[in-house]
Design a protein around this ligand. Structure first.
Ligand code: ADP
Ligand code: MG
Length: 256
């Protein structure tokens, strides 16, 4: 039997921006091969939670554990920072983010965008990176767009390029922050299809989404955040089929 530690484990995480408490003690576990979706109203702390996971944001209290390895901290409260730069780099490169606004480099071709971080951050060999980049662009269905620039692509194609870029880091997990929110409905589906393929392959993912159908279709576990706390969580069948909390019922009836 496998006793692998979870890829990501968050325990009792607290995060404030100044006096604004955004996360008030959140615990989430993402076992290897599982898809965790985060849902909740705007401002409930979903993006902040993802950004804390890969240490793009500091947090004041609680543990972040990557594959059994707790983040090492120095200082406390608002002065708390990760103390091991090597560990930060290892965690950040292993938890690749895909953003709502794609965040591609406008002055680089699609192929260059995908190759950039493996070359400069991981310092991998160019021929090997190019082979992987072309393979991942093929995988997301835009292998013919290698030489195009982001502005020449549709939103759905740009987001698929951003997913290829995340995959090219060969991360342990992918973190998606509203990957379909900036897209027209007909383009949304091409990105949803890629995410479903990744889920079917057994990729570990945390997905912030407003797309309840996507969350219901791909998730092993769904977490409903409300004002910085987990209000309800469970398998999608239960969370969507038989929500217990009044707030979750209200949220679902407003979003469906
Ligand atoms: P969500 O992604 O669920 O919409 P966020 O995590 O983006 O929520 O934001 C949670 C709260 O934190 C909101 O009140 C937001 O205004 C605030 N917030 C987010 N980022 C910052 C920041 N960099 N500085 C100050 N406040 C922030
Ligand atoms: Mg957000």
């Amino acid at each position: 039997m496998s006793t692998q530690p979870p890829v990501i484990e968050i325990r009792n995480l607290h995060k404030a921006y100044g006096a604004l408490e955004v996360l008030k003690g959140v615990s989430i576990t993402a076992p290897k091969g599982h898809v965790i979706s985060l849902i909740g109203s705007s401002g409930s702390g979903k993006s902040t939670l993802l950004r804390c996971c890969n240490l793009l944001e500091d947090s004041q209290q609680g543990d972040i554990i990557f594959k059994g390895e707790p983040v090492k901290w120095q200082g406390s409260g608002h002065g708390r920072r990760p103390s091991d730069a090597g560990q930060v780099l290892r965690i950040r490169t292993n938890l690749s983010m895909v953003f709502q606004q794609f965040n591609l480099w406008a002055h680089m071709s699609i192929l260059q965008n995908v190759m950039e971080a493996p070359l400069t951050v991981l310092k991998l060999e160019r021929a090997q990176v190019e082979e992987a980049a072309r393979r991942y662009l093929d995988k997301v269905g835009i292998g013919d767009k290698c030489d195009a620039y982001p502005a020449q692509l549709s939103g759905g194609q740009q987001q698929r390029a951003a997913i290829a870029r995340a995959l090219c880091m060969e991360p342990e997990a992918l973190l998606f922050d509203e990957p379909t929110s900036a897209l027209d409905p007909e383009l949304e589906q091409e990105v949803v299809r890629v995410i479903k393929d990744l889920a079917a392959e057994g990729r570990t993912m945390m997905i912030v989404t407003h797309d309840m159908k996507l969350a219901a279709d791909v998730s092993d576990h769904v977490v409903f955040l409300h004002q910085g706390l987990i209000e309800e969580q469970g398998p999608p069948e239960t969370l969507f089929g038989a929500p217990k909390s009044e707030r979750l019922r209200g949220f679902l009836s407003a979003t469906y």
